[in-house]
Design a protein around this ligand. Structure first.
Ligand code: SF4
Ligand code: SF4
Length: 99
């Protein structure tokens, strides 16, 4: 499943540099998907783009952002349960379209 940032986030951006998929953006910052720029998904705190989060599958064994967070604000998103195969397919799509 993708991971999600909760309201415990203080927008320190420590997690952003850890993401191999460029899936983490600051509050109000528009995000990039392939060659497209899309509107921010959250204006209140740092957010993760679900379509770009592979739980780090294809790069690392575990999500790299979770241990980087000082407020434990990053959790598995129960509304976005995905298998390893689905996460790998997402990674391969990003390989093609860009991050
Ligand atoms: S789990 Fe990995 S891919 Fe997903 S947002 Fe965190 S660092 Fe990025
Ligand atoms: S490391 Fe934690 S507190 Fe800092 S921006 Fe990321 S989710 Fe927010």
């Amino acid at each position: 499943m993708a991971v999600v940032i909760t309201e415990d986030c203080i927008s320190c951006n420590a997690c952003e540099a850890e993401c191999p998929n460029n899936a983490i953006y600051g509050p109000g910052v528009s995000y990039i998907y392939g060659t497209e720029e899309r509107p921010a998904l959250n204006d209140e705190h740092t957010y993760i783009v679900p379509d770009k989060c592979t739980e780090c599958i294809g790069f690392y064994d575990d999500p790299q952002c979770i241990p980087a967070c000082p407020t434990e604000a990053i959790i598995a998103d129960p509304e976005r349960v995905e298998t390893k195969e689905q996460l790998m397919a997402k990674k391969e799509t990003l390989d093609k379209v860009g991050r």
